[in-house]
Ligand binder design. Structure first.
Ligand code: 3PG
Ligand code: CO
Length: 547
């Protein structure tokens, strides 16, 4: 049942409860590479230094990831925030399915192998061991298994990372993958190779429909072999690195252009009728659009036709997981996704609580789709309002404010409308600018967040509401690492904890911050419910406040 009991001693405040998620703003020691502490942020400081503040774990097992070495990310962070519990996440579920062999017993895998035996098996995915969207060991396990099961032709379509891993690491991953492919091919009678690819922020891995042309470029490179031709992936990356440097710019893997591996006969691994295509990312946001392009019969977002008007090939398609539990994308998948049920939104809707969620495109799905347990739709449209502010399609260090001011203005309007009891927003810039590795731009991003936080605090004061401030994982808190006096930009997330703070203008000692041992993001949902005057469901992780 989705009923919530009223809290026995606290009925909430007259105004709304607002949750501010500053994406990628972790807590790390002060220092020159910490954009959060370098920036001048008097309002954030006041919040996090108050008696109603603490810190939360946002990485590793605290958010359902395999080990303490796994940095947090927005998917697992928002899942934990929205569902109030920790679920074993994709990274862990796929490891388990591979270790137990269950993945290779699945009907979908067997179907893919059957197609691969008489045609070609394609693998498309993020090419790194970042463990945020994918892990190359998963790819290697599948390639080896496919070969053992009699597949003789496989094509790997690689998306350079440089965002969850060092920004110039593509060549290392390519070298390792070429080794694995060579080992497989050494048995004879097999033709496994890298066929196409490009930077993850330039092709294929768009999210939330921010930039479909990215997906189109990727599809055309993977399927039709359209793109600049090279003799190998290594040659493609080396050439593009050299060209970037010749133009006075340090290359960045995530933004490298598409490439196609070709020999004298043309591209070596285009997709044909009857082939199998597996997207091996386990995380959904950036895998949904390319999955739709491969699997929808009536797909019409862009033309999939070949250069001479050929029809799009009809393929056997599968994703690593099912990425969207509402829209059921993709239909076929290798590993069942975590079943994240009874999220906080489900309970609030059942109780008739009116809520809103706001962000710009790049993070819009984080406060809707991820928040609601990887469901893309509304739970109850009569009670919920979701607002998406369109993102610019740029490299975000060129616009460090992003749409943070626009998000703030929208949220203030929604708060003042008096129509909502609970709202949540995501400020994208600590993370999105942080991912560029540009320290100065990220410091600027933090200053804008601070300015907007002051405005939100003032409106919460005016409405007698409550503001809760946190983040989903770190990023801006470590912008570079230094070894032997040489700085390398750090584009990825961090292992840092995140801030948690309550701003309650009517606070009169009714409760205090008394977190359980090892509090994490999953403890936030119960806390929010308490602040709205509800008791949390029994099996939610305990509240951070006690009455
Ligand atoms: C991305 O998809 O942009 C990164 O891999 C992870 O960032 P996010 O988890 O903050 O979205
Ligand atoms: Co991020």
């Amino acid at each position: 049942s989705l009923h919530l009991d009223r809290h026995p001693s606290f009925s909430g405040r007259p105004g709304p409860v607002l949750l501010v998620i500053a994406d990628g703003v972790g807590v790390a020691p002060e220092g020159p590479s910490n954009a959060v502490t370098v920036a001048d942020t008097p309002h954030l400081d006041e919040l996090t230094e108050s008696e109603l503040a603490t810190q939360l774990a946002a990485h590793g097992p605290a958010v359902g990831l395999p080990t303490d070495d796994d940095m947090g990310n927005s998917e697992v962070g928002h899942n934990a925030l929205g569902a109030g519990r920790v679920f074993a996440q994709g990274a862990k579920l796929v490891n388990k399915a591979i270790e137990s062999g269950a993945i290779f017993e699945s009907k979908v895998w067997k179907g893919a192998v059957e197609h691969g035996r008489s045609a070609t098996m394609h693998f498309v995915g993020l090419h790194s061991d970042g463990n945020v969207h994918s892990h190359n060991e998963h790819l290697y396990a599948m390639l080896r298994h496919a070969a053992d099961e009699g597949v003789t032709s496989a094509a790997v379509h690689i998306l350079h990372d440089g965002r969850d891993v060092p920004s110039q690491s593509a060549l290392e991953y390519i070298e390792r993958t070429e080794q694995v492919l060579a080992e497989i091919n050494a048995a004879g009678g097999r033709n496994f190779r890298i066929a196409s690819g490009g930077g993850r922020m330039y092709i294929t891995m768009d999210r939330y429909e921010a930039d479909w042309p990215m997906v189109e470029r990727g599809y055309r490179a993977h399927v039709w072999g359209e793109g600049r031709r090279f003799s190998s992936a290594k040659q493609a990356v080396e050439t593009m690195y050299d060209e970037a440097r010749a133009g006075g710019k340090e290359p960045s893997d995530q933004y490298l252009r598409e490439f196609v591996v070709a020999d004298a006969n043309g591209p070596v691994g285009t997709v044909a009728d009857g082939d199998a295509v597996i997207v091996y990312n386990f995380r959904g946001d950036r895998a949904i659009e390319i999955s739709r392009a491969f699997e929808e019969d009536d797909f019409d977002v862009f033309s999939r036709q070949g250069p001479n008007g050929e029809n799009a090939p009809s393929v056997y398609f599968a994703g690593m997981l099912q990425y969207d539990g509402d829209a059921l994308v993709p239909k076929q998948y290798l590993v069942a996704p975590p079943s994240i049920d009874r999220t906080m939104s489900h309970y609030l809707c059942a109780e008739g609580v009116r809520s809103f969620a706001v962000s710009e495109t790049q993070k819009y799905g984080h406060v809707t789709y991820f928040w609601n347990g990887n469901r893309s739709g509304y739970i109850d449209e009569t009670l919920e309002t979701y607002v998406e502010i369109p993102s610019d399609n740029v490299e975000f260090d060129t616009t460090p404010a992003m749409k943070v001011r626009e998000i703030t203005d929208e949220v203030i309007d929604l708060l003042r409308s008096g129509e909502y009891d609970f709202g949540r927003l995501n400020f994208p810039s600590g993370d999105m600018v942080g991912h560029t590795g540009n320290l100065d731009a990220t410091v600027e991003a933090m200053a804008v967040i601070d300015e907007c936080m002051a405005k939100l605090v003032a409106v919460i004061d005016e409405l007698d509401g409550v503001l809760v401030y946190t983040a989903d994982h770190g990023n801006a808190d470590v912008m570079y690492t230094e070894k032997d006096g040489v700085r390398s930009p750090k584009t990825s997330h961090t292992l840092s904890p995140v801030p948690f703070a309550i701003h309650d203008p009517n606070y009169d000692g009714e409760y205090h911050v008394a977190p359980p041992a090892h509090p994490g993001l999953a403890n936030v949902a119960a806390t929010l419910l308490n602040l709205m005057g509800f008791e949390a469901p029994d099996d939610y992780e305990p509240s951070i406040i006690q009455f």
